[in-house]
Design a protein around this ligand. Structure first.
Ligand SMILES: *[C@@H]1O[C@H](CO)[C@@H](O)[C@H](O)[C@H]1NC(C)=O
Ligand SMILES: *[C@@H]1O[C@H](CO)[C@@H](O)[C@H](O)[C@H]1NC(C)=O
Ligand SMILES: *[C@@H]1O[C@H](CO)[C@@H](O)[C@H](O)[C@H]1NC(C)=O
Ligand SMILES: *[C@@H]1O[C@H](CO)[C@@H](O)[C@H](O)[C@H]1NC(C)=O
Ligand SMILES: *[C@@H]1O[C@H](CO)[C@@H](O)[C@H](O)[C@H]1NC(C)=O
Ligand SMILES: *[C@@H]1O[C@H](CO)[C@@H](O)[C@H](O)[C@H]1NC(C)=O
Ligand SMILES: *[C@@H]1O[C@H](CO)[C@@H](O)[C@H](O)[C@H]1NC(C)=O
Ligand SMILES: *[C@@H]1O[C@H](CO)[C@@H](O)[C@H](O)[C@H]1NC(C)=O
Ligand SMILES: *[C@@H]1O[C@H](CO)[C@@H](O)[C@H](O)[C@H]1NC(C)=O
Ligand SMILES: *[C@@H]1O[C@H](CO)[C@@H](O)[C@H](O)[C@H]1NC(C)=O
Ligand SMILES: *[C@@H]1O[C@H](CO)[C@@H](O)[C@H](O)[C@H]1NC(C)=O
Ligand SMILES: *[C@@H]1O[C@H](CO)[C@@H](O)[C@H](O)[C@H]1NC(C)=O
Length: 809
């Protein structure tokens, strides 16, 4: 299963109300509340199903937020394992029945979505309850669900124990809660604020922590406070979260509490790790509905209040909800698909939705520094990112470099980390550069270039798990990361996969250098991007020769390395096998084919990779794992041997079997929208080679796809698939911008200002399109090498004979 948060690149910015019941007998019935009866004239939001990926390690956050919103408010359950986004429907461990529904423990205002590794956040919690004040036991507050319904920008659910209906919606930096208490609750209606909550994990070293916090002030309509937390996903250091929770109705009683005891002191309850919070009591005899707006800030409690007061100027739940839903609708409308079945449309828009949950737009909320551009405008700041919103995110990455020394590969809770391979911000920068996506020249490219060179040249040493390229000096000295690092550190650490990724990063940098006319750098990094060849060894396995293998610094290979070892553990190959990674040379597939024994052998190897009958693949995903990024490109590699149709068939099979509209419909962690983006691209029939200027043409799932390419211009890309049907999946003929198009790929400049891709579909593989000797394959580095006559000589002559592994060990 995927545990990978690596940055995934999409070159077009990708970016709601389907009711459901958690169980047929507890089907949702709309409470007779004004706000839920509203009919919004919306279309695409209707296709987003937030249940998808809430089970089977998808780790999807189903709560309420804006696209890229900083505040993500949702219900968290009391099931303690692996609930990265706080929510789970039911238990899935031995002894707990699959239909057991977990309790709602709390409502929390900050979350991440789709992450692997460990949970993060789940902080600043608030829950309405009904009880007589003297009988409240603050340590055992939770409730079964009576119903729940999640839609983009809006959630509604019932707390069965208290007979309370909760509704949630959000703005970028604030959440609006609406609690409807039961008729007879009278003056037993409370709201409990708890700042000691966070998402816990079973492992002691990886779990988040609550250090301390404070309630600065409480009165009958407002509570201000702060919590200090650390750990979780990137094992990051402490960060403070401030909040300002305001109520539309004056409380009849309010107090702080400390260690679950209502202290009845109002101010500054220090914590020292003890749970602390506040309690407000309302008399709901005359008004059953209590609204609370909660502002969040990473700067100060005062700013948290300002955030909430400016974004939610009154307590108009209907209005804020409507704006949130509309914000989603606007983003989803950037890609309109027609002419496909509703199931496909549901998976499509749900996937598209998930690509916009993260990163979190924290512009104006960076406590470490504040940056302004030449026009005096604040530079955008994003956190929790492992995925995209191109120009703004690139600016944020560069700004982080400027202030902290490296661009993040992943970042959360104000800190860089964890790296899983290369310095993959390089890929995003390069792609933005070569595709000329920064149309308004908002990016400081000379600073960006410095950031790239820092990644390529400066070994981050002990910080290598958090930023830059771990073991970079080895890579620079030898052209690969040697296996000794394994023995010296006592365990392996992705030496092979890091080498492969560094080479791909170097290629990306070379493209930027080329575009900036920095010839020496271009030659240097282009040359360095061939370093992957240093780990290629002609080992034979299952009839195939040539694999990426671990290698010692003396040049000898660890030839006994098991090509299928080992999934999930800490090995020279991060979350993958040598078999999988021996395809990961996105910039020089031509050379890869050559080293693999030529096109015929390469095709056989690809076929083997996707052969369903092989037990390795079926049960262990050892040849190919769609649930993880290293394999993302592999299905498109048939394009490099003139067999586009094989990619088409295969991708359709993967989409059909691995992506569904049920709760476990995502293969592995969603990885902050990465799985979603893989699906979205393939559903519209194209797929980018990340970090390069290449889009493969595959086979759309919709007859008519309309993509708005930018917010600021009218450029539209239309993809039309004539004659498309469940059986007519193969491209017979293509036309791009009115011209017949022979290639099975195109460049961004072909569509960057808008364009029209027309495909004629048929049931049989075309004998004329996408095949034949004349066909121009997508570009590869080694073609260019021939053109420029630049040499590549490995600094070490491999000794193919000796194998001293055991000795070394
Ligand atoms: C639905 O929930 C009820 C009550 O919790 C339970 O008895 C029943 O088995 C559930 N049915 C399904 C299909 O999960
Ligand atoms: C639940 O509802 C679905 C869809 O309406 C139906 O197919 C299924 O049979 C129902 N299950 C039960 C246990 O009622
Ligand atoms: C949404 O629905 C309205 C009317 O129901 C229709 O006029 C409009 O074209 C639809 N928009 C899209 C993007 O499908
Ligand atoms: C609250 O509940 C906890 C857990 O059941 C229990 O240990 C504790 O004694 C209770 N506190 C009071 C004041 O009843
Ligand atoms: C509250 O109780 C009433 C009456 O039993 C019931 O109809 C309603 O669904 C309950 N609401 C919630 C949120 O549990
Ligand atoms: C409110 O009414 C419900 C159902 O009639 C009952 O179970 C509950 O105890 C009552 N709550 C209070 C606070 O009286
Ligand atoms: C709540 O109502 C009860 C009965 O009406 C009354 O005795 C009690 O003082 C009230 N409590 C508060 C905090 O107002
Ligand atoms: C509660 O605090 C807020 C913010 O400081 C203030 O506006 C409000 O007047 C206070 N309410 C009372 C009753 O003092
Ligand atoms: C809290 O303090 C106020 C004022 O000192 C007092 O009136 C009230 O009864 C106290 N409440 C509790 C629960 O101790
Ligand atoms: C495709 O969709 C676009 C936008 O909805 C529409 O303008 C166009 O007419 C459609 N084209 C075809 C051929 O259906
Ligand atoms: C597709 O191929 C089959 C078998 O070769 C042939 O019978 C059929 O006529 C072909 N269909 C079309 C539309 O060409
Ligand atoms: C290319 O790399 C090889 C091996 O690291 C090195 O020997 C050679 O000098 C490099 N060539 C250029 C032009 O940088």
């Amino acid at each position: 299963m995927a545990r990978r948060n690596r940055m995934i690149l999409l070159s077009i910015i990708l970016i709601i109300i389907l009711g459901f019941s958690i169980n047929n007998t507890t089907r949702w019935t709309a409470p007779s509340l004004e706000s839920t009866n509203e009919v919004l004239n919306l279309n695409l939001t209707n296709f987003v199903d937030l249940r998808i990926g809430t089970e089977n390690e998808g780790h999807i956050f189903p709560g309420a937020c804006l696209p890229f919103g900083m505040v993500k408010v949702g219900l968290d359950t009391d099931f303690s394992k692996d609930f990265h986004a706080g929510y789970t429907v039911r238990g899935d461990v031995t002894g707990i029945s699959r239909t057991y529904l977990t309790n709602i423990k709390v409502i929390r205002n900050l979350h991440v979505s789709g992450t692997g590794g460990e949970a993060k956040y789940g902080v600043i919690s608030q829950l309405p309850i009904v009880a007589s004040l003297s009988e409240i036991n603050l340590s055992i507050i939770k409730s079964p669900r009576s119903f729940e319904r999640f839609t983009p920008g809006y959630s509604i659910f019932g707390l069965k124990r208290y007979n309370i209906t909760v509704e949630l919606t959000a703005t970028r930096r604030a959440a609006l809660h609406q609690y409807t208490y039961p008729e007879n609750a009278s003056n037993n209606s409370h709201v409990i604020i708890d700042i000691s909550h966070f998402l816990q994990q079973a492992c002691a070293w990886c779990t988040g922590k609550f250090h301390d916090g404070a309630i600065y002030s409480v009165n009958n309509t407002q509570v201000k406070g702060m919590g200090r937390y650390s750990g979780g996903w990137n094992l990051g250091g402490p960060y403070k979260v401030y909040f300002c929770s305001q109520f539309d109705t004056p409380a009849i009683f309010y107090s702080t509490w400390w260690n679950f005891l209502i202290t009845n002191t109002s101010f500054d309850v220090g914590a020292d790790g003890h749970p602390i919070g506040a309690i407000l009591t309302f008399d709901t005899k005359s008004t059953r509905v209590i609204r609370s707006r909660v502002g969040i800030s990473f700067i100060s409690a005062t700013q948290a209040c300002q955030n909430v007061e400016s974004e939610i100027p009154n307590f108009d739940f209907i209005q804020i909800k409507r704006e949130a839903i509309k914000a989603w609708e606007r983003e989803l409308e950037k890609i309109v698909v027609e002419g496909g079945d509703n199931e496909a449309k549901t998976i499509f828009y749900s996937s598209l939705y998930r690509t916009m949950l993260m990163p979190s737009d924290r512009t104006g909320e960076n406590p470490k520094w504040e940056s302004f551009d030449n026009n005096g405008k604040i530079i955008p700041h994003y956190d929790d990112f492992y995925a995209l919103r191109q120009v703004d995110i690139v600016r944020s990455l560069i700004d982080i470099y400027k202030n902290e020394g490296y661009m993040p590969d992943g970042r959360s809770g104000l800190e860089n980390g964890i790296t899983q391979g290369g310095s993959n911000a390089d890929m995003l920068l390069a792609e933005t550069f070569i595709k000329n996506i920064d149309r308004n020249s908002e990016i400081d490219w000379s600073l960006a270039y410095q950031a790239l060179l820092k990644d390529a040249e400066v070994d981050p040493w002990s910080r290598g798990l958090y930023e830059g390229r771990l073991f970079l000096n080895w890579y620079k000295k030898l052209g690969y990361i040697p296996t000794e690092v394994l023995t010296r550190m006592g365990y392996a650490f992705s030496q092979c996969s890091r080498t492969l990724e560094y080479a791909a990063n170097d290629y990306a940098i070379s493209l930027v250098a080329k575009g900036m006319n920095k010839k020496m750098d271009y030659v240097k990094y282009r040359n360095r991007s061939r370093n992957w060849e240093n780990l290629w060894y002609p080992k034979e396995f299952q009839g195939f020769t040539g694999f990426i293998l671990p290698r010692f610094s003396n040049g000898k290979f660890y030839t006994e390395w098991d090509i299928m070892d080992t999934y999930g553990g800490v090995t020279p190959f991060y979350e993958g096998t040598s078999w999988e990674y021996s395809f990961y040379v996105p910039h020089d597939i031509k050379k890869l084919i050559e080293l693999s024994g030529g096109p015929i052998k390469f095709e056989e190897r690809l076929d083997k990779t996707f052969d369903n009958s092989d037990p390795y693949r079926l049960y262990l995903n050892k040849y190919f794992n769609i649930g993880n990024e290293p394999s993302f490109l592999t299905p498109c590699l048939y394009h490099y041997i003139g067999k586009q149709w094989k990619s088409v068939k295969l991708i359709r099979d993967i989409m059909k079997t691995k992506f569904r509209s049920d709760r476990s419909g995502i293969p592995g962690n969603d990885d902050s929208g990465a799985m979603g983006s893989w699906y979205v691209f393939h559903a519209i029939g194209i797929f980018p080679n990340a970090g390069q200027d290449v889009y493969f043409i595959n086979s759309p799932h919709f007859k008519n796809v309309t993509i708005k390419l930018s917010d600021s211009s009218d450029s539209i890309l239309t993809i039309l698939a004539y004659n498309l049907s469940p059986t007519n999946i193969y491209v017979q003929l293509a036309r791009l911008n009115g011209k017949f198009w022979e290639k099975t790929w195109f460049k961004h400049s072909d569509i960057g200002n808008g364009g029209k891709l027309e495909l004629w579909m048929g049931a049989n593989v075309s004998e004329t399109w996408g095949v034949g000797k004349h066909l121009i394959y997508p570009p590869s580095l080694s073609e260019e090498a021939v053109e420029t006559g630049l040499p590549f000589i490995s600094s070490i002559e491999p000794d193919l004979v000796v194998d001293e592994v055991l000795e070394k060990k």
